[in-house]
Design a protein around this ligand. Structure first.
Ligand code: F0G
Length: 409
């Protein structure tokens, strides 16, 4: 497991928590959070949830069901699970460059817009929604350009299909857009984010990421009827419309975090410290997803351990080595997370065998990061002795959360 959503809150956020208004309805903390989300997204309806996947369950549970198709640059694991749990199908269409870990491209998180057009024609009348995940967590934390989001939005408009943003790393994505996309340098990070939100019909967010909070999430929507339907589900499963499973203090922290995350000093420090680790590991000769993404460094375990076959889970082997040698927590994003079984029981591997070193926000110092790099020196020295793993026990959905493994002798 990893710490992608375990950020340190600021003194300002903790101070806000002391003032959390815990009224069931009409809480001031809710009003602050609602105002902040509306202002950022430009969307009229804001549904608070206890974390991102709760918002996903509500919207994809409502839009999904058997026969429905969802299309994304890459569905995050909980997104895919909520869609598949409803009986629908999730299709990933990242651009080809996004699947080649060594290739340099400024926006490897982009969606393949030509493939989208084709799929929207093919599945006409059956598309639940199109989902752009920014940054693309399962695809290496790579950013999505505003131009790509525009291409996706106009295709969705043309085919009359709902376009949603999974916006949990929208501020990090904005950093890349401002620094890499021509014509964007004059905008603030928040304005870049607002341009992207303006293209979408709705947004799903895990506030544990770019809202810099310890807990929370939301669903933001434009359409009144869709918001009504989702609000009913919110009340049944999360809580009343003014807290949705959150305490007043959590909503206070989210409202403040959504402002802090667009601070240019914070974002600069954030992206540069991730890049620093990536550069160090690259110099050591560790095969990586490049360029380095926003919240994490992704190791290419297939290249690190070419002698470990995909069905022996090279990524899981690296996760175990990192913990064994350095006490470093990481997560496999490969065939454990996304592999499927064929009818004959053989593994259909995932396109990539990645291991993610997600860096908690505002937590680590440079010496922690140096320590991670030193541990990789040892990983490289022992790479040939490493063997793969077999799965001993696994659940039907999201198996990577609770599966049990044993080393292959
Ligand atoms: N969408 C994306 C892109 C995510 O990265 C996550 C969570 C979620 C949705 C679900 O949000 O955890 O609040 O329910 N990502 C964490 C991670 C778990 O490790 O990257 P949640």
């Amino acid at each position: 497991m990893t710490d992608s959503g375990t950020s340190a809150m600021s003194a300002h956020q903790w101070a806000g928590m002391m003032e959390g208004d815990e009224a069931y309805a009409g809480s001031r903390s809710w009003e602050r959070m609602e105002h902040e989300v509306r202002d950022l997204t430009g969307m009229a309806h804001v549904l608070p949830t206890h974390q991102g996947r709760a918002a996903e369950r509500i919207i994809y549970g409502h839009l999904g069901g058997s026969g429905k198709v969802f299309i994304s640059n890459t569905h995050f694991d909980t997104t895919r699970a909520n869609i598949e749990f409803s009986g629908a199908t999730a299709i990933d269409i990242p651009i080809a460059e996004g699947k080649d870990t060594a290739l340099q491209h400024p926006f490897k998180g982009n969606m393949d817009v030509a493939a989208l057009d084709q799929l929207l024609k093919e599945h006409k009348g059956h598309v639940g929604s199109v989902i752009l995940t920014v940054t693309n967590n399962s695809g290496g934390g790579q950013p999505v350009s505003l131009a790509n989001a525009q291409g996706v939005a106009s295709n969705c408009k043309k085919h009359d299909v709902l376009f949603l943003l999974d916006c949990c790393r929208i501020a990090e994505n904005s950093w890349f857009v401002k620094h890499r996309e021509p014509g964007m340098e004059g905008l603030s990070y928040r304005q870049v984010a607002q341009h992207m939100f303006a293209l979408a019909d709705g947004a799903v967010m895990s506030a544990k990421k770019d809202a810099l909070a310890n807990m929370g999430g939301f669903l933001a929507l434009r359409d009144d009827a869709l918001a009504d339907a989702c609000t009913n589900l919110l009340i049944i499963t999360e809580g009343f419309t003014t807290y949705g499973g959150l305490s007043g203090r959590d909503m206070e922290a989210i409202a403040i975090g959504l402002q802090e995350v667009f601070d240019p000093h914070y974002l600069d420090y954030r992206i540069k410290s991730t890049t620093y680790l990536g550069r160090k590991l690259h110099e050591l000769g560790v095969p990586l997803m490049r360029p380095i993404g926003g919240h994490a460094v992704y190791i290419d375990a297939k290249k690190l351990y070419p002698h470990v076959a995909p069905h022996e889970y090279p990524g899981q082997a690296l996760v175990c080595e990192l913990y064994r040698l350095g006490g470093i927590r990481s997560v496999e994003i490969g065939s454990v997370m996304f592999g499927k079984y064929a009818a004959d029981g053989s593994l259909i591997p995932s396109a990539m065998e990645l291991v993610r070193l997600a860096i908690p926000r505002r937590v680590y110092t440079q010496s922690h990061i140096e320590y991670v790099a030193e541990t990789f020196e040892e990983i490289l020295r022992q790479r040939e002795q490493v063997r793969g793993y077999g799965i001993v026990r696994e659940p039907k959905f999201l198996r990577h959360f609770t599966a049990h493994f044993e080393p292959i002798a």
